[in-house]
Design a protein. Sequence first.
Length: 252
Amino acid sequence: MIEARHLSKRYGDVVAVHDVSFEVGRGEVVGFLGPNGAGKTTTMRMLTGFVPPTDGTAVIVGHDIFSDPLAARRAIGYLPEVLPLYPEMSVRSYLEYVARIKDVPRRARRGSVDRALERCGLAHEGRRVIGTLSKGYRQRVGLAQAIVHDPAVLILDEPTVGLDPLQVREIRQLIRDLAAPRDGAAQHTVILSTHILPEVEAICRRVIMMNGGRKVVDAPLEELTRGGRSLDEIFARETARDVATEAVEAAG
Protein backbone atom coordinates (compact mmCIF):
# COMPACT_ATOMS: atom_id res chain seq x y z
CA MET A 1 0.00 0.00 0.00
CA ILE A 2 2.87 2.38 0.81
CA GLU A 3 6.39 2.15 -0.56
CA ALA A 4 9.05 4.69 0.35
CA ARG A 5 11.99 4.25 -2.02
CA HIS A 6 15.27 5.88 -0.97
CA LEU A 7 13.60 9.13 0.07
CA SER A 8 15.95 12.02 0.81
CA LYS A 9 15.33 15.70 1.42
CA ARG A 10 17.97 18.42 1.59
CA TYR A 11 17.55 22.09 2.36
CA GLY A 12 20.81 23.60 1.19
CA ASP A 13 23.52 21.97 3.28
CA VAL A 14 21.01 20.55 5.77
CA VAL A 15 19.96 16.94 5.23
CA ALA A 16 16.51 16.55 6.78
CA VAL A 17 15.92 12.98 5.53
CA HIS A 18 18.58 10.62 4.21
CA ASP A 19 17.88 7.53 2.06
CA VAL A 20 14.76 6.27 3.85
CA SER A 21 13.03 3.15 2.49
CA PHE A 22 10.19 1.04 3.89
CA GLU A 23 6.94 -0.66 2.92
CA VAL A 24 3.60 -0.75 4.74
CA GLY A 25 1.07 -3.43 3.80
CA ARG A 26 -2.71 -3.38 3.69
CA GLY A 27 -4.31 -3.01 7.11
CA GLU A 28 -1.05 -2.34 8.98
CA VAL A 29 -0.94 0.30 11.71
CA VAL A 30 2.61 1.60 11.95
CA GLY A 31 4.02 3.95 14.58
CA PHE A 32 6.42 6.46 13.06
CA LEU A 33 8.61 7.37 16.02
CA GLY A 34 11.41 9.78 16.67
CA PRO A 35 12.45 12.83 18.67
CA ASN A 36 11.63 16.32 17.48
CA GLY A 37 13.65 17.10 14.38
CA ALA A 38 14.16 13.43 13.46
CA GLY A 39 12.68 13.85 9.98
CA LYS A 40 9.28 12.30 10.62
CA THR A 41 7.12 15.17 9.41
CA THR A 42 9.32 15.80 6.37
CA THR A 43 9.05 12.12 5.40
CA MET A 44 5.28 12.18 5.78
CA ARG A 45 5.01 15.33 3.69
CA MET A 46 7.01 13.63 0.96
CA LEU A 47 4.74 10.57 1.12
CA THR A 48 1.68 12.78 0.72
CA GLY A 49 3.16 14.83 -2.11
CA PHE A 50 3.14 18.10 -0.15
CA VAL A 51 6.95 18.30 -0.29
CA PRO A 52 8.95 16.98 -3.27
CA PRO A 53 11.86 14.70 -2.36
CA THR A 54 15.37 15.69 -3.37
CA ASP A 55 16.03 12.04 -4.21
CA GLY A 56 13.92 8.88 -4.30
CA THR A 57 10.19 8.50 -4.66
CA ALA A 58 7.11 6.98 -3.02
CA VAL A 59 4.36 4.74 -4.34
CA ILE A 60 0.88 4.89 -2.80
CA VAL A 61 -1.49 2.03 -3.68
CA GLY A 62 0.45 1.50 -6.90
CA HIS A 63 0.61 5.18 -7.88
CA ASP A 64 3.96 6.96 -8.02
CA ILE A 65 3.87 10.42 -6.42
CA PHE A 66 5.90 11.79 -9.36
CA SER A 67 4.39 10.10 -12.40
CA ASP A 68 0.79 9.80 -11.10
CA PRO A 69 0.47 12.42 -8.34
CA LEU A 70 -3.31 12.98 -8.45
CA ALA A 71 -4.15 9.29 -8.12
CA ALA A 72 -1.57 8.92 -5.32
CA ARG A 73 -3.06 11.85 -3.39
CA ARG A 74 -6.61 10.56 -3.83
CA ALA A 75 -5.56 7.34 -2.08
CA ILE A 76 -4.35 9.25 1.01
CA GLY A 77 -6.15 10.78 3.95
CA TYR A 78 -3.78 13.20 5.66
CA LEU A 79 -4.08 14.72 9.13
CA PRO A 80 -1.27 17.27 9.52
CA GLU A 81 -0.10 18.47 12.91
CA VAL A 82 -1.63 21.90 12.19
CA LEU A 83 -5.25 21.20 11.28
CA PRO A 84 -6.56 22.69 8.01
CA LEU A 85 -9.83 23.93 9.52
CA TYR A 86 -11.96 27.00 8.79
CA PRO A 87 -13.34 28.12 12.16
CA GLU A 88 -16.21 30.13 10.66
CA MET A 89 -17.68 27.12 8.80
CA SER A 90 -20.04 24.53 10.22
CA VAL A 91 -18.73 20.98 10.56
CA ARG A 92 -20.97 19.65 7.77
CA SER A 93 -20.31 22.49 5.33
CA TYR A 94 -16.57 22.10 5.88
CA LEU A 95 -16.68 18.35 5.20
CA GLU A 96 -18.81 18.93 2.11
CA TYR A 97 -16.20 21.41 0.89
CA VAL A 98 -13.39 18.90 1.51
CA ALA A 99 -15.37 16.16 -0.25
CA ARG A 100 -15.69 18.40 -3.31
CA ILE A 101 -11.99 19.22 -3.52
CA LYS A 102 -11.17 15.51 -3.05
CA ASP A 103 -13.34 14.66 -6.07
CA VAL A 104 -16.06 12.72 -4.25
CA PRO A 105 -18.83 12.45 -6.90
CA ARG A 106 -21.78 14.78 -6.31
CA ARG A 107 -24.29 11.92 -5.98
CA ALA A 108 -22.11 10.22 -3.34
CA ARG A 109 -21.08 13.34 -1.45
CA ARG A 110 -23.87 13.48 1.14
CA GLY A 111 -23.43 9.82 2.03
CA SER A 112 -19.65 10.22 2.31
CA VAL A 113 -20.04 13.17 4.69
CA ASP A 114 -22.65 11.32 6.75
CA ARG A 115 -20.36 8.31 7.13
CA ALA A 116 -17.39 10.46 8.12
CA LEU A 117 -19.50 12.27 10.73
CA GLU A 118 -20.79 8.98 12.13
CA ARG A 119 -17.42 7.24 12.25
CA CYS A 120 -15.77 10.20 13.99
CA GLY A 121 -18.47 10.66 16.62
CA LEU A 122 -19.76 13.88 15.05
CA ALA A 123 -23.21 12.78 13.89
CA HIS A 124 -24.92 15.31 16.16
CA GLU A 125 -22.39 18.10 15.61
CA GLY A 126 -22.87 18.76 11.90
CA ARG A 127 -24.45 22.19 12.38
CA ARG A 128 -21.94 23.35 14.98
CA VAL A 129 -19.52 26.09 13.95
CA ILE A 130 -15.99 24.69 14.06
CA GLY A 131 -14.66 27.67 16.00
CA THR A 132 -16.99 26.85 18.92
CA LEU A 133 -15.77 23.26 19.31
CA SER A 134 -13.33 22.00 21.93
CA LYS A 135 -9.86 21.03 20.74
CA GLY A 136 -10.78 17.35 21.04
CA TYR A 137 -13.78 17.78 18.75
CA ARG A 138 -11.77 19.87 16.30
CA GLN A 139 -9.35 16.95 16.15
CA ARG A 140 -12.31 14.70 15.32
CA VAL A 141 -13.20 17.06 12.49
CA GLY A 142 -9.60 16.78 11.28
CA LEU A 143 -9.91 13.00 11.21
CA ALA A 144 -13.28 13.26 9.45
CA GLN A 145 -11.76 15.36 6.65
CA ALA A 146 -9.00 12.76 6.30
CA ILE A 147 -11.48 9.92 5.73
CA VAL A 148 -14.36 11.68 3.93
CA HIS A 149 -13.22 10.31 0.55
CA ASP A 150 -12.66 6.82 2.03
CA PRO A 151 -8.93 6.60 1.26
CA ALA A 152 -6.95 3.37 1.47
CA VAL A 153 -4.14 5.07 3.40
CA LEU A 154 -4.28 7.33 6.45
CA ILE A 155 -1.23 9.40 7.42
CA LEU A 156 -1.67 11.03 10.82
CA ASP A 157 0.89 13.51 12.17
CA GLU A 158 0.78 13.96 15.97
CA PRO A 159 -3.00 13.37 16.20
CA THR A 160 -3.22 13.81 20.00
CA VAL A 161 -0.77 16.66 20.57
CA GLY A 162 -2.12 19.25 22.99
CA LEU A 163 -5.16 17.24 24.07
CA ASP A 164 -6.13 16.48 27.65
CA PRO A 165 -5.97 12.85 28.91
CA LEU A 166 -9.66 12.15 28.23
CA GLN A 167 -9.46 13.58 24.72
CA VAL A 168 -6.27 11.58 24.06
CA ARG A 169 -8.04 8.35 25.05
CA GLU A 170 -11.02 9.18 22.82
CA ILE A 171 -8.88 9.98 19.76
CA ARG A 172 -6.76 6.85 20.25
CA GLN A 173 -9.90 4.71 20.34
CA LEU A 174 -11.18 6.47 17.24
CA ILE A 175 -7.95 5.65 15.38
CA ARG A 176 -8.22 2.00 16.47
CA ASP A 177 -11.78 1.91 15.15
CA LEU A 178 -10.74 3.42 11.82
CA ALA A 179 -8.03 0.77 11.40
CA ALA A 180 -10.12 -2.19 12.58
CA PRO A 181 -11.48 -4.62 9.96
CA ARG A 182 -15.01 -3.96 8.75
CA ASP A 183 -17.12 -6.59 7.00
CA GLY A 184 -14.13 -8.92 7.10
CA ALA A 185 -11.75 -6.56 5.29
CA ALA A 186 -9.18 -4.03 6.40
CA GLN A 187 -10.46 -0.45 6.38
CA HIS A 188 -7.33 1.68 6.28
CA THR A 189 -3.58 1.34 6.32
CA VAL A 190 -2.33 3.79 8.95
CA ILE A 191 0.97 5.56 9.57
CA LEU A 192 0.85 7.37 12.89
CA SER A 193 3.66 9.85 13.51
CA THR A 194 4.37 10.74 17.11
CA HIS A 195 7.09 11.27 19.70
CA ILE A 196 4.76 9.95 22.43
CA LEU A 197 5.82 6.37 23.12
CA PRO A 198 2.63 5.23 24.94
CA GLU A 199 0.69 6.30 21.84
CA VAL A 200 2.54 3.71 19.76
CA GLU A 201 2.15 1.00 22.40
CA ALA A 202 -1.59 1.69 22.61
CA ILE A 203 -2.37 1.72 18.88
CA CYS A 204 0.40 0.23 16.72
CA ARG A 205 1.79 -3.22 16.02
CA ARG A 206 4.91 -2.12 14.15
CA VAL A 207 7.46 0.60 14.78
CA ILE A 208 9.55 2.60 12.35
CA MET A 209 11.94 4.82 14.28
CA MET A 210 13.87 7.74 12.83
CA ASN A 211 16.70 9.78 14.23
CA GLY A 212 18.89 12.37 12.59
CA GLY A 213 16.98 11.99 9.33
CA ARG A 214 17.69 8.25 9.07
CA LYS A 215 15.63 5.14 9.68
CA VAL A 216 17.18 3.37 12.68
CA VAL A 217 14.50 0.78 13.58
CA ASP A 218 11.84 -1.08 11.59
CA ALA A 219 10.31 -4.05 13.43
CA PRO A 220 7.09 -5.39 14.99
CA LEU A 221 6.41 -3.89 18.42
CA GLU A 222 6.09 -7.39 19.91
CA GLU A 223 9.56 -8.29 18.66
CA LEU A 224 11.11 -5.08 19.96
CA THR A 225 9.67 -5.51 23.46
CA ARG A 226 10.35 -9.24 23.72
CA GLY A 227 12.10 -10.24 26.92
CA GLY A 228 10.65 -7.41 28.93
CA ARG A 229 12.38 -4.58 27.08
CA SER A 230 10.44 -1.33 27.04
CA LEU A 231 9.96 0.95 24.08
CA ASP A 232 11.46 3.73 26.23
CA GLU A 233 14.71 1.76 26.54
CA ILE A 234 14.90 1.07 22.82
CA PHE A 235 14.15 4.70 21.99
CA ALA A 236 16.84 5.95 24.39
CA ARG A 237 19.39 3.44 23.08
CA GLU A 238 18.85 4.27 19.41
CA THR A 239 18.88 8.01 20.06
CA ALA A 240 22.06 7.78 22.13
CA ARG A 241 23.72 5.59 19.50
CA ASP A 242 23.12 8.17 16.79
CA VAL A 243 24.34 11.02 18.95
CA ALA A 244 27.48 9.07 19.88
CA THR A 245 28.18 8.29 16.23
CA GLU A 246 27.90 11.96 15.29
CA ALA A 247 30.28 12.90 18.12
CA VAL A 248 32.89 10.39 16.93
CA GLU A 249 32.60 11.58 13.33
CA ALA A 250 32.93 15.21 14.41
CA ALA A 251 36.02 14.40 16.52
CA GLY A 252 37.60 12.50 13.64
